[in-house]
Design a binder for this molecule. Structure first.
Ligand code: KDG
Length: 316
């Protein structure tokens, strides 16, 4: 019985060690576990919460590596199955000294893209308090989208479970921007807590103004009662239905190593904060702290803290 569950596509990440070189030129790579939702599982588990991760792996070396990493990170694998017919996804990431790194994915037609919706019917939801949903998994294939919607239906049958939704826009996964926007907004409306970024707001509803973004989602659905908008290094804007919105300050970072994984770290902070009974604003502050730790490490999730590390960092 776990407190937390998410569904996603895990990825074997090869992160370049050669600063400011293209992926064509780079020769040194370090292997990591990546994938937005598995990043969140790693962070939630590292903070001491029991987690279940739902996916399908290929029977290949990257699938075996993902399995090994899930177990090293104490992530429940009761709902991970495997297939010999498709590969586990991989990606290569640049190392840059400024801005966001270039990324190249090998994920089309992956094992996770062939996830079997029927396997969701085996999930025991007893004890699960929060389910994290992200806009990546429903974008990887039509089959994954169908499964994702089925998971939402199942979760809705358990009124005590709270859901978080991170739009995680990945335009390369979608056939058109219009399809991405309409699908992501429809899925977001099924969640209790939405975690968009300001850049995503601009694409999803035409504004970078955190209040407008929050009002759009709060007015769009009877499920959504909380919107926490990520405003980059400035922090986050928190608004609940019927309440006043306010900003929660970000953390200053002297040296950014890699920005990827910061948004997932933010979700880790919000989810674990709420699991531990913090207010939305305290949870968002924890999200800012973990997001800022994430950008100081080269992999997606290797900067995420333990409870002791988080306490020390937030006490500074
Ligand atoms: O949020 C981090 C993700 O971008 C990375 O881990 C890979 O899931 C991934 C994706 O689709 O970009």
């Amino acid at each position: 019985m776990s407190e937390f569950l998410t569904i996603g596509e895990p990825i074997g990440l090869f992160a370049s060690q050669d600063a400011d070189q293209s992926l064509v030129e780079a020769t040194h790579f370090q292997k990591y576990l990546a994938g937005a939702e598995v990043n969140v599982s790693v962070g939630v588990s590292r903070l001491g919460h029991s987690t279940e991760y739902v996916t399908r792996l290929g029977e290949d070396p990257i699938g075996a590596f993902v399995s090994q990493q899930l177990s090293l990170n104490h992530i429940g694998t009761d709902y991970v199955d495997t297939t010999a017919d498709y590969w586990t996804a991989m990606q290569f990431k640049q190392r840059v000294t400024k801005g966001d790194p270039g990324i190249f994915y090998y994920r089309k037609n992956s094992a996770a893209a062939h996830f079997d919706k029927a396997s969701l019917d085996n999930i025991d939801f007893d004890g699960i308090k929060m389910v994290h949903l992200s806009g990546i998994f429903p974008g990887i294939s039509e089959q994954a989208l169908v499964a994702f919607k089925h998971l939402i239906e199942l979760v809705h049958q358990h009124s005590t479970i709270r859901t978080t939704f991170d739009p995680n826009l990945r335009p390369q996964l979608w056939s058109s921007q219009a399809k991405m926007v309409s699908t992501i907004n429809a899925l977001a409306a099924e969640a209790n807590i939405i975690l968009p970024g300001v850049n995503e707001g601009e694409i999803l509803m035409g504004s970078r103004d955190p209040e407008k973004i929050a009002d759009f989602y709060l007015g769009n659905s009877h499920y959504t009662d909380t919107v926490i908008v990520k405003v980059g290094s400035k922090g986050a804007y928190v608004k609940v239905k019927g309440g006043q919105g306010s900003m929660v300050a970000g953390y200053h970072v002297d040296k950014v190593i890699d920005t990827v994984g910061a948004g997932d770290g933010f979700a880790v902070g919000v989810i674990t904060g709420l699991l531990e009974g913090l207010s939305n604003k305290q949870a968002a502050l924890r999200g800012n702290a973990i997001g800022s730790l994430a950008v100081q490490a080269p992999g997606d999730n290797d900067g995420y803290p333990t409870q002791a590390e988080l306490r020390t960092y937030q006490a500074k």
